[in-house]
Design a binder for this molecule. Structure first.
Ligand code: NAD
Ligand code: MG
Length: 282
């Protein structure tokens, strides 16, 4: 059984702190060759400072996009992401603030549009989790915080972005394998991830007439700061899937590239399962 840190003793700083990762996650494969799939596009990525979001940002930049990232207050991580994006020859706008606040969500999207004059790809990705083995230990405070962070901003940000999105633009939402098979450690978190699946399917139907596609990615265990911040015993992290290992962010982000670009032009309302072979459907 995993030894877990409990709410509220868990590093409340998550998000808000940089975590030293050992080993460092792989952000992008050295041999990943960009081919201009997102040339001239602007992407807005929540939680783009670290982990999966950072990896998405760097892949999108390698494919020719400029990037705005939103993060809580991990300035050091965000600056590193900016540096990586600039190394790809693209621009990066850093926006720091709390996505739980609708006002901030509106102003973040507006800043992105003012800076780049457009917005083509929206990636809703920021999240937190507070593992609890006992259901009774999920307090109302934890429940509210988890839902307010993990799902409400998907509505706020999408609403703020919609006036700027045009035909051919895309929205990609990060769910989780826990949405599909549940989790005995993360009942509240898994519930928000299930809500993200329903949100994605509903929104895809609402936006199909505008020719804006809405899809999602449901990662399995991926080596990121979120994991280091919330689990104590990391030795068996990811060992429970058919590949018997955790994935790297570099193995997840290419799915976002596919969903963001024209290669997926006939796909909407769907999820890609990047999870080391665990069979789930939907
Ligand atoms: P991460 O901690 O690197 O990224 C999450 C980011 O969300 C943080 O860096 C933080 O800046 C941001 N964030 C959180 N709360 C915020 C708030 N209130 N305001 C602004 N920003 C806030 O972790 P990650 O693992 O890369 O997570 C990215 C996504 O992947 C999440 O949606 C997570 O649920 C999902 N996911 C991760 C795994 C995994 O094993 N790592 C598995 C399935 C799904
Ligand atoms: Mg972070």
């Amino acid at each position: 059984m995993k030894k877990i840190k409990t709410f509220p003793e868990q590093k409340q700083s998550l998000p808000g702190h940089e975590y030293k990762m050992n080993p460092e996650p792989e952000i992008i494969r050295e041999n990943y060759v960009g081919s201009g799939k997102l040339l001239g596009k602007v992407a807005f990525i929540t939680g783009g400072d670290s982990g999966i979001g950072r990896s998405i940002a760097v892949h999108f930049a390698r494919e020719g996009a400029n990037i705005a990232i939103v993060y809580l207050k991990e300035d050091k991580d965000a600056l590193k992401t900016k540096e990586l994006i600039e190394k790809e020859g693209q621009q990066c706008l850093l926006i720091s603030g709390d996505l739980k606040e609708e006002k901030f969500c509106k102003s973040a999207v507006k800043s992105c549009h003012t800076f780049f004059k457009k917005l083509n790809i929206l990636v809703n990705n920021a999240a937190i989790q507070f593992p609890q083995d006992e259901f009774e230990n999920i307090t109302a405070a934890q429940l509210h915080k988890t839902f307010e962070t993990n799902i409400y901003p998907y509505f706020y940000i999408t609403k703020a972005a919609l006036p700027f999105l045009k035909e051919g633009d895309t929205i990609i939402n990060t769910s989780s394998v826990t949405a599909y098979r549940g989790s005995e450690h993360l009942a509240d978190y898994a519930s928000t991830k299930g809500a993200i699946v329903s949100f994605t399917k509903s929104l895809s139907g609402m936006l199909v007439k505008k020719q804006i596609r809405v899809n999602g990615v449901a990662p399995g265990p991926i080596w990121t700061p979120l994991i280091v911040a919330t689990f104590d015993n990391l030795d068996d992290f990811g060992k429970g899937n058919p590949m018997e290992r955790a994935g790297q962010p570099s193995e997840v982000a290419p799915a976002y590239v596919f969903l963001a670009c024209e290669d997926s032009s006939y796909i909407t309302g769907q999820f890609i399962h990047v999870n080391g072979g665990e069979l789930v459907s939907g």
